[in-house]
Ligand binder design. Structure first.
Ligand SMILES: [Ca+2]
Ligand SMILES: [Ca+2]
Length: 169
């Protein structure tokens, strides 16, 4: 009896993973989101938003993977991930930079992610971050300077830009 229950559970779980585009991890991203590595990503190009509003919109999305995982402005932990996002962004193209999930609003010069942790990886543009006139929020894809290498810049948090959300563990 116990074995048949166990068998049922195993079959049920594997079935839940069937049809997923990510059979290894069984992560099914919400519609409109792109799976990469072990996370889901989505760019929002319109309407342009302040950093705070962008983060709030990311929080509206979630998925269940053992527990409820809530979306945040994307953090980037490797050069590979930075390149992935840059390439994904190039398929959508916009004339504005894109918010990432970092700011130094609490402690000038000390950038942290949306959960308060120091970034494991950074890719600042030359002479950035410079807090020019009080810049506390971080963007990638700084097309203002015509830089298309995916380097980062700190800019005023009240600016209205596109943004990229990420759902991960
Ligand atoms: Ca700053
Ligand atoms: Ca700057």
């Amino acid at each position: 009896m116990q074995i048949s229950v166990l068998l049922f559970v195993v079959l049920f779980v594997s079935q839940a993973c069937e049809g997923s585009e990510q059979p290894q991890s069984c992560v099914t991203c919400p519609e409109g989101w792109t799976f990469w590595g072990s996370a889901c990503y989505r760019f929002f190009n319109s309407p342009k938003s302040t950093w705070i509003d962008a983060e709030a919109n990311c929080n509206r999305y979630s998925l269940y993977q053992g527990r409820r995982l809530v979306g945040h402005l994307a953090t980037i932990t490797s050069s590979k991930e930075n390149t992935f996002l840059l390439n994904l962004w190039k398929t959508i193209r916009s004339d504005t930079p894109v918010w990432l999930g970092y700011n130094d609003r609490k402690n000038e010069g000390n950038f942290v992610d949306v959960k308060g942790f120091s970034p494991k990886f950074t890719f600042w543009d030359q002479a950035e971050p410079n807090d020019a006139g009080g810049e506390d929020c971080v963007v990638i894809w700084n097309s203002d300077k015509n830089h298309d290498n995916g380097s980062w810049n700190d800019v005023p948090c009240e600016s209205q830009y596109a943004y990229v959300c990420k759902i991960s563990r």
